[in-house]
Write a protein that binds this ligand. Sequence first.
Ligand code: GTP
Ligand code: SPV
Ligand code: MN
Length: 589
Amino acid sequence: MASLSEQIPNRHVQRWVHDCAEKCSPASVRVLDGSPDEKQQLLAEAVANKVLIPLNRQKWPGCYLHRSHPQDVARTEHCTFICTPEKREAGPTNNWLDDRHAYAMLEAHFQGCMKGKTMFVVPFIMGPAGSPLAKVGIQLTDSIYVAISMGIMTRMGRQTWDQLGSTDDFTRCLHSVGDCDPKRRYICHFPHDNTIWSYGSNYGGNALLGKKCLALRIASFLGRKQGWMAEHMLLVGATNPQGETTYVTGAFPSACGKTNFAMMVPPADYRKAGWKISTVGDDIVWMYVNQRDGRLWAINPEAGYFGVVPGTSEKTNPNAMTAIRHDTIFTNVALLPDGDVWWEGKGDPPKECLDWRGEKWTPGCGRPAAHPNSRFTVSMWNNPILDPKADDPVGVPVSGIIFGGRRSDTIPLCVQSFNWSHGVYLGATLSSETTAAATGQVGVVRRDPMAMRPFCGYNMGDYFRHWLDMRKRLVDPPRIFLVNWFRKNEKGQYLWPGFGENLRVLEWMIGRCRGRASARETALGWSPTANDLNLGGLDLDAETWQRLQAVNAKEMQQELASQQELYDQLGDDMPRELVWQRELTAAAI
Ligand code: GTP
Ligand code: SPV
Ligand code: MN
């Protein structure tokens, strides 16, 4: 075995790994190279250690089930901290810790925490290799599940060393599962030091540190300083029958439809006409001003999807079903006796299976078989509709930005903002019912500005200012839209069919971006009439359409009052433009 310094060509990384190993005292240190052989070894080791269960080879080749600790099944926002010298930097929407205090407290947790274990050194790139936008991270972890998952979710391995060169420009990501006690769980971000320390969780956004921690919290902080944006957004291309491709991004809060929108299958008549959808990303984008054309361009910094499993089926998301057919890790789904898997929304339930905890489950037993936040981890290269530019170092131009929450009432199906700062207002006041993607109550309406409430690495007021300022750097800014796929009738049924049918709304939005679709002015923005949207072939009566698009004065008054709570919370940090935009809306209702 080559020595550590031979395996790690960068001396800054060498020194840091050495220091962390001294702190955590692992039995061994293993530097990953990202090769296919190595992946097979890691999988075999994880199976031997019962971290992964191999699935039926015929039905699910190369697929595995992982069961997490029952108290470690979602992001834990109350354990997530922005650690800076000043509280104001984190702002009132983040949990804050004094950075020095946080380091001192966590030192005690990390001290000796990897005794008897292997410390994996996971070098990875966020963004296409060779891209000037890409960022390097090195994650140290005692979790083989995390090491394998990082290999799927990022460009992991040797090529990282070329990207990094001899610089010390990398995010230091230190992770230990510890004893996985939720009372001793900390996901701490030190944006001034380009450092993340995560202790006590093995789950998704808490533990795969390239994702929410680096690519959103740390990156949003850097983006503000350097004039670019890191956003919780999907990125999708839509090609019309004339062969013209338009890219849009969509910020929907966790478990509110990004993966589904990014992988949608057009309705039958659209397919026949020649419409095509292609995925660039399903969760995170980095956007920058391209000096060539003065437009906003975007890349997906990730290389895989960590997607919500329940509700995924041949009917709702056939492209995801194709993608996860092979070489996928399922976390917290149900297991059948023959090594098949099942989840709610997949189709008819099995007569009997083991639930996500590994306990016997029968239909009607009163518990879900798969955890509501069960996930698949799959390479983007498995996606049958991956966009040809998904690995392009300069990314794609963004024509439209969509904000969308999960609201049973109040918010119409779709509107377009009057201009950029009105669009920033629509995004800043985005609200959504909470989901199983984070621990805590589900179904409670909360403000989730730009779907970034849990992911913004600094003061939300400064973040809004940054959004407003971006306009000044752009020659031709993207058009901004607000959507809601989740409005319901009094029986609790969705008014809009959603999924692939969302292309009807997207077609209108693309038409607006390209200046060829019409709309009428409402208090909330430019709104399509039933004639502006192609509703042909949909079983949607005039009354349902009217209810989908209705702006109800009483509901809007409540909405504006609830917005005021966010404004009060941010106080003087709230940009004046957004105060005025709210006043204008109130006056128009
Ligand atoms: P994160 O990975 O947590 O960031 O979630 P996401 O935004 O990618 O959400 P995803 O696409 O995984 O969808 C979450 C849930 O919403 C799933 O159960 C979907 O079936 C459901 N869903 C997605 N799109 C629609 C839609 O257009 N209409 C309805 N009714 N449900 C949808
Ligand atoms: C989300 O919660 O928005 C996710 C899943 O995409 S996690 O990676 O856990 O953050
Ligand atoms: Mn997400």
